[in-house]
Design a protein around this ligand. Structure first.
Ligand code: ZN
Length: 83
């Protein structure tokens, strides 16, 4: 978090945009820290993260249906459109 940054509505959009990268652990340490700081203070984004995680966990637990990149991308697009 840099001084002057405020985590308001724009930050929520950033979190939604970065959530898949966050879950995939491909973000920089700074981005990860910023998202976690936001999640600490934002119930909406926390609920969103839980929902995404639960869905990914569900898909990942399906034995015959491997979670392809495309399935994943489609799923993430659907999540984003919900907001
Ligand atoms: Zn938020």
């Amino acid at each position: 978090m840099t001084p002057g940054d405020t985590f308001e509505d724009t930050a929520c959009q950033d979190v939604v945009e970065l959530i898949t990268d966050y879950l995939g652990a491909t973000l920089s340490a700074e981005q990860t820290a910023a998202i976690e700081a936001h999640l600490d203070e934002c119930d909406g984004c926390k609920a969103y993260l839980d929902q995404v995680r639960a869905t990914i966990g569900l898909l990942a637990s399906m034995p015959s249906e491997a979670l392809s990149d495309q399935t994943f991308a489609t799923l993430m697009r659907a999540f984003k459109e919900q907001r």
